[in-house]
Design a protein around this ligand. Sequence first.
Ligand SMILES: [Zn+2]
Length: 235
Amino acid sequence: MWSGRSRALLRVWELWPAGVPGRRLLSCNAASQARSNSPGCWNCGVPGAPGLGDGFFCPQCRALQPPDRARDYFSLMDCNRSFRVDTTKLQRRYQELQRLVHPDFFSQRSQTEKDFSEKHSTLVNDAYKTLLAPLSRGLYLLKLHGVEIPEGTDYEMDKQFLMEIMEINEKLAEAQSEAAMKEVESIVRAKQKELTDNVGKAFEQDDFEKAKEILTKMRYFSNVEEKLKLKKIPL
Ligand SMILES: [Zn+2]
């Protein structure tokens, strides 16, 4: 009985020092797996390597691979991780990717590839839309820097700004003619342009608090834009 207990103790002591390097070994493996980025082709098993068409396809059997969820939208859309985005280049990249992964091109392929192509296509659409509009691009970039503005939370806005928004909303509510609508539209557009320029500068200076404040303002104006669109739809 006694000897059994000491054997058990011994085992504990043997395990203890062994556990530490063991864990280290595990994290090493995880790191090297992350480096190679893929456990290998799901179809033929060839080890993960940058393959055809941006790593979307297996270099050996050409099967479409699943989307890399760790890849951010900027990398996927081949843009620098910055607020200033070349929208012409973005659009070109979007078309190029859709030509690679769109479900229409996979109708004759296996169900697995059909599913992957749906996922890729959705991801490419989301990435494109997010990076195209300044507000969503800014919010996304902020999120990559670990800063989020939860929906529905009122950032501490200055009174002057809230008054400005109230006035524009009133103007919109009262607008009865096309000219009056156009006036509101041009005010909002000018404001958004100014804010977009300013948020670009804030990001260039890595001033994320400033960027957060400006993006919150942009969100208010974006709400006005939504209301404008709804009002424009003829009943
Ligand atoms: Zn393969």
